[in-house]
Design a protein around this ligand. Structure first.
Ligand code: C2E
Ligand code: CA
Ligand code: CA
Length: 575
């Protein structure tokens, strides 16, 4: 027995037939096949349409010749309503040519009333095929959805955004109105992802999505391009002020912390805005220019929005060029390390050198790190670059030592990305092993703001570094809002007072107070203090009076190549 026979499967049958006797005949045949039938009989177009509207049908059986109707017309009515219902013609007489035409128009089968033995198998087969077609449709729809949506957040992805933007552009072009594309990027998300783990990162992206959705109107599109990059497409915006309002609303959404796994996470966003038609008329140009403005917003100190402009567009073009060229520079050894000596302010002797990277560009000449370190940070190139500087500087230090002089200390800048990178500790111990340099010779300079990004995590890595015997200095100190309470928890050896506080001493009262306080604090915590950016004798005198341990700056020497440093040592004084 087949499944239908065993279970008495129910069948919703729409019968197009004028003759009640034939109706009875057909129903009997089907019931015999094991179906429970729920059916309606119609014999004209009007009733057929009504029946199609009022119910879902499993199958349509249609007579061919009827006084008010015929099978082909019925077929057309069904198909026009886009109904993919199996349609079988059951007729007293049907010629081969008519049958072929019916099949071509979308009938699934035809059979003769005097040969109803074929009816039940045909119904079963058609139901089965219809099930398969439906499953296929669902699969196709799912595929289509996946192809156009981001799996993590369910938002439209890059492709769907592209489609929607194209439509929106066609619309505004026609109406001669404007639209705005906002490129939103979470500040320091990559760092957070590295430090807290990808599962928290994913949760955060979903939580951010939810918040952003509450900030936009239904007609607008929120899409995720990938990573922590979101696009908000604002249509129908009359003026700049409306866009600013939208921008403020989006930034406002990040005021409150996100609570994930019971932890409060504060994260900001930077937004770049490009408008049609002033900043571009095509999808790609608009997105590219919005992205450029977003980078500019980040440079302006994050947590803000910026409108695209010609200057910004030119600057980003530079940025992409820099990224590609920097890869080449690392490969083809265009990087150089310069050294700037650090002095004991009490006896005036050199205590060590700070390694500062430069880029000897084949066309542009010597490029300073401010132009490329941030790109290296963003792209992760800082990891190989940082290791290269360290190894290179240690080699140079050994060259300096072989001459008359012995700089005691080598200061190396460790970027935020390196601080939180899991392999950094291993890299450091490998370098120590490979070069045989004593760990106490090294001092890693880490910016205060970098440590404050994730103090809990930083303290773990800093302790591991300290355990190896490597010294730790906090660079740019005074700019990162750390508190004394925090400082005590960190395994720090040296505070490096930021250049901006040194610049205006001893004249500026505020700066003088700040510098005094930092030195007093360092003494209380048993930390060494070094002042950077010492340019004048007055600054020098003031600092040494306050018992600042060390100083570094143009007053003593500018950063210089290894050869010059060796010469400098010959003439200068060494500790
Ligand atoms: P930084 O660590 O604060 O380095 C001190 C910067 O101040 C250097 O700029 C140095 O040339 C400059 N400087 C020294 N004395 C004076 C002075 O008396 N007056 C003034 N106005 N400036 C002075 P530089 O070499 O351009 O480096 C800029 C920044 O780039 C560094 O700031 C550091 O954050 C970063 N950097 C340099 N080399 C590396 C590196 O190898 N790795 C990493 N991660 N960052 C690096
Ligand atoms: Ca430094
Ligand atoms: Ca500094």
């Amino acid at each position: 027995m087949s499944e239908a026979e065993a279970k008495n499967v129910s069948l919703r049958l729409l019968l197009i037939e004028d003759n009640p006797d034939d109706e009875a005949l057909v129903l009997r045949a089907i019931r015999k096949g094991g179906f429970n039938i729920e059916h309606v009989r119609v014999d004209n177009e009007k009733d057929l349409i009504a029946a199609l509207k009022s119910h879902d049908w499993d199958i349509v059986l249609s007579d061919f010749q009827m006084p008010e109707f015929n099978g082909l017309a019925a077929l057309e009515v069904v198909r026009e309503r886009n109904k993919d219902i199996p349609f079988i013609i059951v007729s007293g007489t049907i010629g081969e040519d008519v049958a072929v035409e019916a099949m071509r128009k979308g009938a699934h089968d035809y059979l003769m009333k005097d040969n109803l033995i074929r009816l039940v198998p045909a119904i079963r087969r058609e139901l089965n095929d219809a099930d398969e077609r439906a499953a296929l449709r669902v699969a196709q729809m799912t595929l289509r959805h996946q192809a156009y949506h981001d799996v993590l957040t369910g938002l439209p992805n890059r492709w769907l955004l592209h489609d929607r933007m194209k439509q929106a552009l066609a619309y505004v072009r026609n109406k001669k109105t404007s639209l705005a594309v906002m490129f939103l990027d979470l500040d320091r998300f990559k760092n957070l992802n590295d430090t807290l783990g990808h599962s928290i990162g994913d949760q955060l992206l979903r939580a951010v999505t939810k918040r952003l959705q509450t900030c936009i109107f239904e007609r607008d599109t929120l899409a995720r391009l990938g990573g922590d990059d979101f696009i908000i497409l604002l249509t129908d915006l009359p003026d700049k002020q409306a866009i600013e309002t939208a921008g403020n609303r989006l930034l406002q959404a990040f005021r409150e912390p996100f609570v994930l796994d019971g932890k409060e996470i504060y994260i900001d966003a930077s937004i770049g805005i490009a408008q049609y038609p002033v900043n571009g008329e095509e999808v790609d140009t608009l997105i590219k220019n919005a992205e450029a403005a977003m980078y500019y917003a980040k440079d302006q100190g994050r947590n803000n929005y910026q409108f695209s402009s010609d200057d910004i567009q030119a600057a980003t073009a530079d940025r992409f060029v820099i990224e590609n060229e920097l890869r080449r520079a690392i490969r083809e050894s265009e990087l150089r390390v310069f050294y700037q000596p650090q002095f004991n302010l009490q006896d005036g002797k050199i205590t060590g050198v700070e390694a500062l990277v430069r880029w000897q560009h084949p066309r542009h000449g010597l490029i300073l790190p401010d132009k490329f370190i941030s790109v290296a940070e963003e792209t992760g190139l800082i990891i190989p670059l940082g290791e290269w500087v360290l190894r290179h500087a240690i080699k140079d230090l050994q060259r300096m030592k072989s001459e008359a002089c012995q700089p005691k200390q080598l200061a190396i800048n460790l970027s935020v990305r390196q601080l939180y990178h899991t392999d950094t500790i291993d890299m450091l111990s490998e370098v120590l092993a490979d070069t045989g340099i004593g760990p106490d010779v090294l001092e890693l300079e880490i910016t205060e703001s970098g440590i404050m990004q994730n103090p809990e995590r930083a303290v773990i890595n800093l302790k591991a570094i300290q355990k190896m015997g490597i010294g730790i200095a906090i660079d740019d100190f005074g700019t990162g809002y750390s508190s004394l309470a925090y400082l005590k928890r960190f395994p720090i050896d040296t505070l490096k007072i930021d250049r901006s506080f040194v610049r205006d001493i001893p004249l500026d009262k505020d700066d003088t107070t700040i510098v005094k306080t930092i030195i007093a604090m360092a003494n209380a915590l048993n930390l060494r203090v070094i002042a950077e950016g010492v340019e004048t004798q007055a600054q020098y005198n003031f600092l040494s009076q306050l018992k600042c341990d060390k100083g570094q700056g143009y007053l003593f020497a500018r950063p210089m190549p290894c050869e010059d440093m060796i010469r400098f040592f010959r003439t200068g004084q060494c500790a």
